[in-house]
Write a protein that binds this ligand. Structure first.
Ligand SMILES: [Cu+2]
Length: 511
């Protein structure tokens, strides 16, 4: 399908209003429904799923420390919008097709409110998964200012529920951030980048089968999904009219499998001010930003003195990343266009601060436990590739049980030929390094022998992270402190097709 670029204005999701708010708590309700929405000028309206009648859902804006309660309400139809593979664990045909559970990605929350994949519920909470424990989730928001996002996390169908539209932003603000004189208000804009494909009638396309159809199955999960159009905030290739001044953009990769390597065609720098979990110590000027699914990067772009210019944000990340098919520069090689055509409404007095917040490095010596965790693959009974953590299925006994308050170093030993963006719930971490190793020796003898020097994290990764790219045939080391809650959480690959089948494991923080 040939859709014109930069003909629709960038939508900015509205801020959700609480039902109740007093000095002790704030209460929201967010209802998921199915509806039609125009995703491009020349495309008939698309049936999508969203929150409060919009896709992506409305943005939550909360203060650090604010006690927030959210009732996520499922009012979706009984029939799923997209093809379900019932052979996948957690999606068998005796389980209702349409079920949801919402996870606040990047937030540190109590276990019962974390959106455990088997804590799903159907319309009106009529049916519930085995781990369902409450209707109203509690978010304590004690993290400093950061860009989080909420999305569906249901076992076996996350890729479909998220692709249908169940995602939105959740921003935490704090006093320190307010003192930094960053661009704010309408000059602070969240951008969720996603790829999708469409049928001629405007409906969403998601494959029913693998490229080489799996014999014996009508519907099969695919190893990964890449759409042929790029959407930002729910519009295909939008444009944004800006003033000649500085803007803050909160970039989020909300795609199923696609990575992005973003650049500004003008050759300008992005000034990155925050990683996944909040502000960094100091900004870093970047010509390109790599975003794996679920990763965030907050940047300042300075349009000062660029009146009349049109600046395209481009993408040249191959799919699969990093050595798959090169992108078509005419389609998925473009993301959106900034048009510097608005008159300056007031003098731009904002700044790019030289120091923001302390982010002390966690020394490796503070870790009291080291875990060696491999990323592996096997074939299933249909001959399909299955991506796994440590060769374990989802329902194997819990093997990672860090103690509350304990610092650990995890070696993510990638034995596969693919890259996996690994995400841990509950905690943020720091990337220590990456290092190539002898894969065959590890497979055969379990001996970790490095074949090259350790590679430090790239500048854009120097900060607090919750998702890290584990490259093929490398050991990626991360360090984190478990807490402040105990209980059951998950960690997984954020390529949603891998996560669903079945690259996800529980972990339990014990007192
Ligand atoms: Cu993966």
């Amino acid at each position: 399908m040939n859709l014109s670029k930069f003909v629709d204005e960038l939508p900015i999701p509205p801020v959700i209003r609480p039902r109740r708010k007093d000095r002790y708590h704030t209460y929201y309700e967010a209802t998921m429904t199915e509806f039609k929405q125009s995703l491009h000028r020349d495309l008939p309206a698309t049936t999508v799923w969203g929150f409060e009648g919009i896709y992506p859902g409305p943005t939550f804006e909360v203060e650090s420390g604010e006690k927030v309660f959210v009732k996520w309400i499922n009012n979706l139809p009984e029939k799923h919008l997209l093809p379900i593979d019932h052979t996948i664990h957690g999606a068998h045909s005796d389980i209702p097709d349409v079920r949801t559970v919402i996870h606040l990605h990047g937030a540190s929350v109590e276990s019962e409110s974390d959106g455990y994949p088997e804590a799903w519920f159907t319309k009106g909470f009529r049916q519930k998964g085995p781990y369902f424990s409450k209707e109203i989730y509690r978010y304590d928001n004690f993290m400093p200012a950061c860009t989080l996002w909420y999305h569906d996390h249901t076992l076996g169908i996350t890729r479909l529920n998220l692709y249908a539209g169940l995602a939105g932003f959740y921003l935490i603000r704090d006093q320190r951030e307010g003192e930094l004189n960053l661009p704010s208000g309408r000059f602070d804009i969240p951008l969720i980048i996603q790829d999708k494909s469409f049928h001629q009638d405007g409906s969403l396309f998601y494959p029913k089968q693998q490229e080489k159809p799996v014999a014996g199955l009508e519907t099969s999960v695919v190893p990964e999904f890449f759409g042929d159009t790029i959407l930002v905030n729910g519009k295909v290739w939008p444009y944004l009219e800006v003033e000649p001044r500085k803007y803050r953009f909160r970039l989020l990769n909300g795609s199923n499998s696609r990575f992005y390597r973003l650049r500004l065609k003008s050759g300008q720098l992005f000034y990155q001010i925050a990683t996944d979990s909040g502000l960094t110590e100091s900004p870093v000027g970047l010509h390109e930003i790599i975003l794996a699914p679920a990763e965030r990067s907050e940047v300042i772009i300075d349009f000062t003195n660029l009146q009349g210019k049109r600046i395209v944000m481009t993408n040249d990340a191959p799919s699969p990343f990093p050595d798959g098919e090169p992108v078509d520069p005419e389609t998925v090689g473009q993301v959106m266009e900034f048009r510097v055509v608005q008159p300056l409404s007031s003098i731009d007095t904002t700044s790019i601060p030289s120091f923001m917040v302390p982010v002390p490095k966690r020394p490796v010596q503070t870790a009291s436990k080291v875990r060696f965790l491999s990323l592996t693959r096997k074939k299933d009974q249909y001959g399909r590739e299955v991506m796994l953590i440590d060769d374990k299925d989802w329902d194997a006994p819990i093997s990672e049980n860090p103690k509350l308050g304990q610092t650990e170093v995890w070696y993510l030993i990638n034995l596969t030929n693919e890259v996996h963006p690994m995400h841990l719930h509950l905690v943020d971490f720091q990337v220590i390094d990456r290092r190539p190793f002898d894969v065959e020796k590890y497979k055969q003898k379990g001996i970790l022998e490095y074949t090259g020097p350790a590679i430090p994290p790239i500048p854009q990764e120097n900060g607090r992270k919750d998702t890290v790219i584990a490259y093929a045939h490398q050991v990626t080391r991360i360090i984190m402190k478990f807490g402040p809650y105990t209980g059951l959480y998950v960690w997984h690959c954020h390529i949603l097709e891998h996560e669903d089948y079945v690259m996800m494991r529980p972990f339990m923080v014990i007192p």
